[in-house]
Design a protein around this ligand. Structure first.
Ligand code: NAP
Length: 291
């Protein structure tokens, strides 16, 4: 199967590489074109623009940072829409809100194309290992056709119905995750300030009902102040913002998520936007300091 792939950030690069290593022919494009070079070694072809990629490929996947990037790659000059036509499929795996996804779906269908949103749960390592969880919604026939690629990228795919449901599911998941990492950070600070070993706290957590792969994976690095980005904090804050907007729309009060969002905003303000989202721990530590 020949695929286009737009966006070679932390996730996109790992996903495109995986597809190449599993026998797919992949034509790639990235705004910063130099990031394409590494994948050429794995057999990728480069498209000069999103339009050129769509022209060449029946199916094009996108993995972009946020709603404005997702819209710009479709709508701007040399964008996806210029070459979209009947029989082509566009699969946006970026995390965006339902409105953005719906807008993209509408313009793609107007040109006769098919659209699927398919945000993913899982970070850099699951992307490298083909262990993502794919939350798809939109055109069911496109979902069925693209399943061979999803089977390489993920350990499980869900088809959630109409466009918007994938985006919403992803935002709910990341809203929970963002709140959890804040509670975890507070626990690390509290254990330290009250004279306990953080390492022992990690061991205790691991053995109880609140054990989670996230605490196990992030905890040891956090207590060493190591925030090498797997999931950039600026994207986690974007997801909290979009999840809170979804809460607004549905009159759902989310004080815990709102507080977590404030901590992520402060972390961005402190210069941690490009660090891993676990760097929110620095904010929590600094709030403790100011007491
Ligand atoms: P990233 O490393 O920051 O990569 C972002 C990508 O978007 C890059 O290819 C970047 O191009 C491109 N981009 C940004 N603004 C653009 C614009 N205006 N026009 C065209 N391209 C633009 O982010 P990531 O971690 O791969 O995440 C990608 C998406 O997956 C996000 O929606 C994120 O929320 C979601 N996600 C991430 C993770 C994770 O753990 N990292 C997990 C699940 C979901 P340049 O290279 O030119 O900057």
């Amino acid at each position: 199967m020949e695929l286009g792939f737009l966006g070679l950030g932390i996730m996109g690069k790992a996903m495109a590489k995986n597809l190449l290593q599993n026998g797919f022919k992949v034509t790639i494009w990235n705004r910063t074109l130099s990031k394409c070079e590494e994948l050429v070694e794995y057999g990728a072809s480069i498209g000069d623009t999103p339009a050129a990629v769509v022209k060449k490929c029946k199916y094009t996947i996108a993995m972009l940072s946020d709603p404005s990037a997702a819209l710009s790659v479709v709508l701007d000059k040399d964008g996806v829409l210029e070459q979209m036509c009947s029989g082509k499929g566009y699969i946006d795996m970026s995390t965006v809100d339902a409105d953005t996804s719906t807008k993209i779906s509408e313009v793609i269908s107007k040109k006769g194309g098919y659209f699927l949103e398919a945000p993913v749960s899982g970070s850099k390592k699951p992307a490298e290992d083909g262990q993502l969880v794919i939350l798809a919604a939109g055109e069911k026939s496109l979902y069925d056709e693209i399943i061979p690629a999803f089977n390489v990228l993920g350990k499980k795919s869900f088809f959630l119905g109409e466009v918007g449901n994938g985006a919403k599911m992803k935002l709910v998941v990341n809203m929970i995750m963002g709140s959890m990492i804040n509670a975890f950070s507070e626990g690390l600070v509290l254990s330290d300030r009250s004279g306990l070993s953080q390492q022992t706290l990690l061991e205790v957590l691991e053995l109880g009902a609140v054990a989670t792969p996230m605490f196990k994976m992030k905890g040891p690095a956090m207590i060493q102040n190591n925030y090498a980005p797997a999931f950039p904090l600026k994207h986690q804050q974007k997801d909290m913002r979009l999840a809170l907007a979804l809460g607004d729309e549905n009159a759902v009060s989310m004080p815990v998520a709102a507080a977590a969002n404030e901590a992520f905003k402060k972390a961005r303000n402190m210069g941690f936007g490009d660090h891993d989202f676990s760097a929110v721990y620095e904010t929590v530590k600094s709030l403790g300091d100011s007491k």
